[in-house]
Design a protein around this ligand. Structure first.
Ligand code: ADP
Length: 363
């Protein structure tokens, strides 16, 4: 059968293990050889023990674990052709010409670039006699399929990315804990959550914890935000509320594009209202811990679909990313989604927030 390898790349997220498991098991079920590549592109470039055959049992007891058990890394070498040449050689040695990449838009872009270059890389390997003419012919095309693992939900073309739901659970747990102590002492808490270019976590966490104010990069407040914030906080206190919760996405900005940090917000609240105010930065806690049921099932469905897509791929099929559309795992063109994700970043940089939100679509 065909050789298929799965790897995780870029930032980790909860649910990646479920995706790896489903990929491997679907591949074995279909009679293929399945491999793990450890440490993302770095493992592909280094080869050796980093590329190992997986069996049914080697993906047992990982579905409940956070992060990625096969490791992830950033890899400068893979950005260069020389690094990709090594990677191609290592894959051919194992009989692999089908890849499942689980990562963010950087990792998917890298995979697409590798695919486009593949036949040139193989020609070079053939010329230097590192591979045989039979290998050159047999592994003529590199098939790739992507899945997006990201807690930020920052990718265009899917309703949810793998890990977002678990991160939200973690944030909500933390806010609930903070709320009880804030209540006792009549405090105001400012929570900084992840999301460099995407306010999804801050927005949904705010909605589900009845936060009083939310700062997200897609909706920068007017210059008079300090007055409006204080008015809102006072109004809640006057109505009998004993505490205030403010959520700040790490990428929050004002309309000039300057960052609004938790410290900036605290200064306003302390100076204008003299409230007892504390900051909690959740940081990597949001990435940690067990995946939610949603992320486990999402990973399972996407992983199975990714393997199916690879098995059905032909030399002229367009590489796809498996995404969630409503409640369905569907295949969408990989580079179209990557391009649109980049357009969102561009629109944000140009302070065209309305366009950014429109481009990002319904999530
Ligand atoms: P993410 O996948 O989370 O967006 P990065 O942007 O850091 O994370 O990308 C992860 C890895 O993917 C990089 O370390 C690099 O090895 C590879 N990569 C990213 N962009 C490219 C590219 N344009 N060409 C080749 N490899 C790339």
């Amino acid at each position: 059968g065909k050789g298929l390898a799965v790897f995780t790349s870029g930032g980790d997220s909860q649910g990646m293990n479920a995706a790896v498991r489903a990929c491997v098991r679907m591949a074995i079920y279909l009679g293929c050889k399945a491999y793990f590549i450890r440490e993302g592109y770095q493992g592909m470039v280094d080869g050796g023990d980093n590329i190992v055959e997986a069996n049914w049992a080697s993906v047992s007891s990982i579905i409940h674990r956070g992060g990625t058990v096969i490791g992830s890394a950033r890899c400068a070498e893979f950005r260069e052709r020389a690094g990709r040449l090594k990677a191609a050689f290592n894959l051919i040695q194992k009989g692999i010409s089908n890849l499942v990449v689980i990562g963010g838009d950087g990792s998917l872009t890298g995979a697409n670039c590798f695919r486009n270059e593949w036949s040139g890389l193989l020609d070079e390997l053939l010329e230097s006699k590192k591979i045989t003419p039979e290998q050159r012919k047999k592994f003529d095309v590199l098939h790739i399929v992507g899945m997006v693992g990201s807690i930020d939900n920052d990718f265009c073309g899917t309703d949810m990315t793998i890990g977002t739901d678990s991160a939200l659970h973690r944030i909500i747990e933390a806010i609930d804990a903070i709320v009880s102590t804030a209540y006792s002492h009549q405090r105001t808490f400012i929570m900084e959550v992840m999301g460099r270019h995407c306010g999804y976590l801050a927005l949904v966490a705010g909605l589900s914890s009845e936060a009083d104010y939310i700062f997200i990069p897609e909706n920068p407040p007017r210059a008079d935000w300090p007055d409006r914030l204080c008015q809102q906080l006072s109004q809640e206190r006057n109505a009998g509320q004993r505490l205030n919760i403010i959520i700040v996405a790490e990428g929050a900005i004002d309309r000039e594009g300057n960052p609004i940090t938790a410290e900036d917000v605290k200064k306003v609240v302390v100076d204008k209202l003299q409230q007892d105010t504390r900051i909690t930065v959740l940081g990597h806690v949001q990435r940690g811990g067990n995946p939610s049921a949603f992320d486990r099932v999402l990973g399972c469905r996407m992983g199975a679909e990714a393997t199916l897509a690879l098995m059905e791929a032909t030399s002229d099929s367009v590489p796809c990313v498996v995404s969630l559309d409503g409640n369905q795992a569907v295949r969408v063109p990989l580079m179209e989604c990557v391009e649109r994700t980049k357009e969102v970043a561009q629109a944000m940089a140009e302070k065209n927030w309305e366009l950014a939100v429109k481009l990002r679509g319904r999530s």
